[in-house]
Write a new protein. Structure first.
Lengths: 345, 453
């Protein structure tokens, strides 16, 4: 039962990154790719009806994590106290950046919220990547099952790590480039004319960086956690992950210049999925590694009681079917290229 | 008190109090917008759709502020109260996850359709999207209340070998009787906020001679709903909630009422200040009334604080006492104001009674104060427990998050929320100033029949 919930939470986090990832990426290129007020409004219109729903995947994943692995939720949320709080501030700022910009027709008002929206999107992408880096690298858990990490210590991988060290910053950079590319493909898919062209150009620019960072972060991971890479040797099915990663990078490179925006966007989604599933696959059954592996948090020592997990599976399935139905409905309603006109933003 | 404990309590109290300023209006308006849309659909009268659209705009701004201030709430259980989360997460994780899975997805999907999809949808589909938003926001309320109800009156759990609480019966937990009363009382309170705000804006328009046709609709809907829910707030929901406290948290009842000594035929203190010697200064009391309200008998014995060990008393008795009395006092005021307004409305004089319109307009802040005071009563009354009878508040916070780090984030939230508050008020005021109909619509669409009425 706990294994099932491990994969459910992993799937929800992946869904979150794929969905909210494109609106974070759209935010990252927003100030440069969208130059005129009309273009900026088109970017906001492209993500406007869906960003809040996308972000709900984060809340729902957080809630499901709390429900299925309360001890993991308690340890990790209090241990990552500072970065999580900063993420909350950024989410607040980003939400008002998107939603309140269009309420006042004033250049100053719009400039202000444009910078808030774009800046918070960029920082969020870096923080989410650094969070992934922390989860792979391991944190200073002790026998009590708790830890507390400052934002940074010496940027080296000592026993007392901070949230940011060279490895997590590297993963943060990879996340930023990945989501910037992802958002560019989305903007290219949803808009046309100059804006669409610039978005495609951005994606093209991201590609070599993304390739380089993917490769170097995998090498770095191999040096930091050689033990988890062993997993790929033990279970041959794991070989699918690098195949999909390389394959989707190839498809992105090929599809983007040909104007096959949908294919490029799907490939980017596949890439993100493969990277995250690959990380989950390597970690399982550990959910939060300790620097000292005796204190690893695993699905076995963090899961909620069995009865609760079984009951939860019933309502979770029902709710997930409903949620997917809403998403299909909303995305169909707002499908196609964005045109300005009705509504705000 | 340990300073880290104090910081973590202030952290939750501040962010929760500020957050709840928004959902109470969201939930109240969601209901009233459904009413307006329903009338608009049935009568095929554009003015009701204009009214619904206007309140939709207010709703949208308010909703955004509620969402962004709500996200931190879900995370704070883990960041600031990790020992509690580890202890109770096996149970309350259920409702918190269900809120995300059932309510947030529903709300977020249909809010976009409701706010921006009116031209793409048929009138009936748009009406349905308003209902979906209403259902989502009211469901969300239930899951949160059920979580709080477990902390007030834990049921449906068992203690596992490692000391943590785990779910024993899903239905016992979700259908906690405490949750039933608290939900009814809380949602009625939210509807009161919605009704008073709608009435207040209507009164403002009538007093300043603008948008009078729309203003009359706002006032009519607001006064009828306000009267209904103000009465429901006291009976049966307030009474039911009070009886739960009497039976399950008797020491809380004693502290709320300022009853220091146990006595039969206990009086109800209406006004007065609890002093350090365990007495009420300057009391105005109704003899024997507390016995009647709690046990329905004139001479029933009501246990005072002296009947309980001091370490089980709520920590801040004066604040609890005042919160409760402010809530009840304002609740009584709401019934009085709305009853008079309804009477005037029925006799066809309300729209010309400027004195009453002034009162209705100025009453807008009071439901916010009453709802906040109500929540303070519930949560201060639960002290010194985090989960009633099972975990004390001082044992539940994150031990490794120092007071210094806690204060850093508390100050950060205060700064951001101050900006949010100012921006929110500015935008809401702007929408009210602009009015329900934009320039070109008002010339062509104003309904002569409604205008004349």
């Amino acid at each position: 039962m706990a294994s099932l919930w491990f994969w459910i939470v992993a799937a929800m986090v992946t869904t979150y990154v794929v969905l909210d990832g494109f609106d974070l990426g759209a935010g990252a290129i927003y100030l440069i790719a969208a130059k005129t007020n009309d273009e900026r409004r088109r970017v906001l219109r492209a993500i406007g009806p869906v960003w809040d729903g996308n972000e709900v995947w984060l809340l729902a994943a957080g809630g499901t994590l709390y429900f299925a692995f309360p001890q993991l939720y308690a340890s990790s949320f209090s241990g990552f106290y500072l970065p999580l709080t900063i993420v909350l501030w950024l989410l607040i700022l980003r939400g008002i950046g998107i939603e309140l910009r269009g309420h006042v027709e004033s250049l100053m008002w719009q400039d202000f919220f444009d910078v808030i929206f774009s800046g918070s999107s960029i920082l969020l992408a870096v923080f989410f990547g650094a969070a992934l880096g922390n989860v792979v690298r391991g944190v200073p858990l002790d026998a009590t099952g708790y830890f507390f990490e400052p934002l940074w210590t010496t940027f080296k991988l000592g026993p007392q790590t901070g949230i940011l060290d060279w490895y997590t910053v590297l993963v943060g950079g990879m996340a930023l480039v990945t989501l910037t590319a992802h958002g560019s493909y989305y903007v290219a898919l949803k808009t046309d004319e100059d804006l669409g062209r610039r978005a495609r150009g951005f994606a093209l620019l991201c590609w070599p960086l993304q390739f380089f960072l993917t490769f170097s972060s995998l090498v770095a991971t191999y040096f930091i956690r050689p033990d988890i890479m062993v997993k790929y040797g033990e279970h041959p099915v794991g070989i699918l992950v690098p195949i999909v990663v390389v394959g989707s990078l190839g498809v992105m490179l090929w599809a983007n210049p040909k104007g096959k925006e949908k294919l490029a966007f799907v490939a980017s989604s596949m890439y993100i999925t493969a990277m995250l599933v690959g990380a989950a696959f390597a970690l399982y059954p550990v959910v939060l590694p300790a620097r000292d592996h005796r204190y690893d948090l695993t699905i076995y020592n963090t899961a909620a009681g069995n009865h609760g997990l079984s009951v939860g599976f019933v309502w979770w399935t029902l709710a997930a079917v409903l949620a997917i139905a809403y998403f299909v409905f909303v995305y169909r309603m707002f499908r196609g290229k964005v045109r300005l006109g009705e509504g705000h933003y | 008190m340990d300073s880290a404990l104090l910081i973590h309590r202030l952290h939750f109290a501040f962010t929760a109090t500020f957050h709840y300023l928004f959902p109470q209006l969201t939930m109240g308006l969601a209901l009233l917008i459904v009413v307006l849309k329903t009338i608009g659909l049935r009568r095929n009268d554009p003015i009701y759709n204009q009214a619904a659209r206007f309140w939709g705009k207010i709703f949208g701004i308010n909703f955004v502020l509620g969402v962004v201030t709500g996200i931190p709430m879900e995370f704070q259980f883990g960041t600031n109260w990790s020992v509690f989360s580890r202890f109770a997460g096996g149970v309350i994780g259920q409702t918190l996850a269900m809120e995300g899975m059932f309510a947030f997805f529903l709300e977020s999907a249909f809010l976009g359709l409701f706010l921006y999809g009116e031209k793409r949808l048929t009138p009936r589909a748009h009406w349905l999207s308003a209902i979906a938003v209403f259902v989502g926001s009211w469901l969300s309320g239930y899951f949160i209340i059920a979580t709080d109800a477990f902390m007030q009156h834990p049921v449906g759990y068992f203690a596992a070998a490692d000391g943590s609480l785990q779910l024993a019966s899903f239905w016992d937990f979700v259908l906690n009787p405490w949750a039933g009363w608290q939900y009814a009382h809380n949602m009625s309170g939210a509807a009161i906020t919605g009704a008073f705000i709608m009435t207040s804006v209507g009164a403002f328009y009538l007093l300043s001679g603008k948008w009078t046709a729309h203003a009359r609709i706002f006032i009519k809907a607001g006064v009828i709903a306000g009267c209904l829910f103000s009465v429901l707030q006291i009976f049966p929901t307030g009474d039911g909630q009070g009886k739960m406290v009497t039976d399950l948290q008797p020491v809380t009842l004693a502290a709320m009422e300022g009853l220091f000594q146990s006595q039969s035929g206990a009086p109800l203190v209406i006004v007065g200040q609890p002093n350090a010697h365990g007495k009420i200064d300057n009391p105005i009391e109704v003899p024997k009334m507390l016995s009647v309200l709690t046990y329905r008998r004139w001479n029933a014995n009501v246990r005072g604080l002296d009947a309980f060990p001091k370490r089980d008393w709520p920590g801040n008795i004066p604040l609890l006492y005042y919160s409760y009395h402010i809530m009840v006092g304002l609740g009584t005021f709401f019934v009085a104001v709305m009853a008079v307004a309804l009477l005037l409305l029925l006799r066809g004089r309300l729209f010309h009674a400027r004195w009453m319109l002034w009162i209705l307009m100025l009453s807008a802040p009071f439901p916010y104060i009453a709802n906040t005071a109500g929540w303070m009563t519930a949560e201060l009354g639960r002290q010194p427990w985090l989960v009633y009878g099972l975990m004390r508040t001082e044992d539940g916070y994150s031990k490794l998050v120092s007071a210094g780090n806690g204060m850093f984030t508390l100050l950060g939230f205060m700064g951001i929320y101050m900006v949010l508050g100012i921006v929110g008020l500015f935008l809401l005021w702007r929408e009210v100033e602009r009015g329900p109909v934009s320039g070109h619509e008002s010339a062509s669409n104003l309904h002569p029949a409604t205008e004349a009425r």
